[in-house]
Design a protein around this ligand. Structure first.
Ligand code: SAM
Length: 212
């Protein structure tokens, strides 16, 4: 995966000052370097723009890197709701989205995502694009909430589904993370309301279309 990703980035990556500043701000604040890759971010922007999605839900904000990529896809007309556990991360993400010109189009809900998702269900909210990128233990729960909150034909993108390629490696050392992602992939593939495929970019992203 590393070689392929390096090749893609070397051919397609263009300098992006705003996103580079987000990465620096994450480092300066002692936060983990686990934003999506540049190519994965580009894919998010293109998917939002190509589907015309205007109401997006993100699960896992960190410093706002993927949030900016999603918002770039809808430009001036759209709304991003982002769920994040850590107050410090939410604040940095909001600052970075504001610098990128999307401060008035983003709402952060701080706290465990499962609680925020339940509030959104109770409030009868609906979304046409989802990005799941938080704690892997809850991926299946997040997926099921996204289906509940989806408009018909909504798109759900889920990150890290190849777990650095370990899900496909028969010689990989047994790891809980790998097992979680393997189980999640089987659940997505067999979900009666989803049509899905994995795109092997970054750490692997599943693209699912909701059938309602
Ligand atoms: N999507 C971000 C990006 O590419 O810019 C990266 C997100 S990072 C991989 C995962 C995030 O999920 C972290 O910021 C972490 O604090 C958050 N997180 C972990 N557990 C969570 C939970 N139970 N509820 C909400 N957020 C959670």
């Amino acid at each position: 995966m590393k070689i392929i990703n390096h090749y893609i980035d070397s051919v397609f990556h263009k300098q992006d000052t705003i996103l580079e500043e987000v990465i620096s701000s994450i480092e300066e604040n002692g936060m983990p370097a686990i934003s999506v890759s540049a190519s994965s971010g580009k894919l998010l922007t293109m998917l939002v723009s190509m589907t015309g999605a205007k109401n997006i839900l993100e699960i896992g904000a960190l410093g706002g890197y993927s949030g900016i990529c999603l918002a770039r896809g809808f430009g001036r007309e759209g709304k991003l709701t982002s769920l994040e556990l850590e107050e410090k991360y939410t604040q940095l993400a909001y600052g970075n989205l504001s610098k990128a010109g999307f401060g008035e189009q983003v709402t952060y809900m701080t706290g465990p995502a499962l609680q925020s998702l339940e509030k959104l269900v109770q409030g009868n909210e609906r979304f046409d694009f989802f990005f799941i990128d938080a704690d892997k233990d809850n991926y299946e729960n997040y997926l099921n909430y996204c289906v509940k909150l989806a408009n018909s034909d909504a798109i759900i993108v889920t990150d890290n589904v190849l777990a650095a390629g370990s899900v496909a490696d028969p010689n990989a050392k047994p790891k809980r993370y790998t097992e979680l992602m393997k189980k999640f992939n089987v659940a997505v593939a067999n979900h009666p309301q989803l049509e899905s495929v994995i795109i092997p970019i970054g750490d692997g992203m599943t693209l699912s279309k909701v059938k309602k």
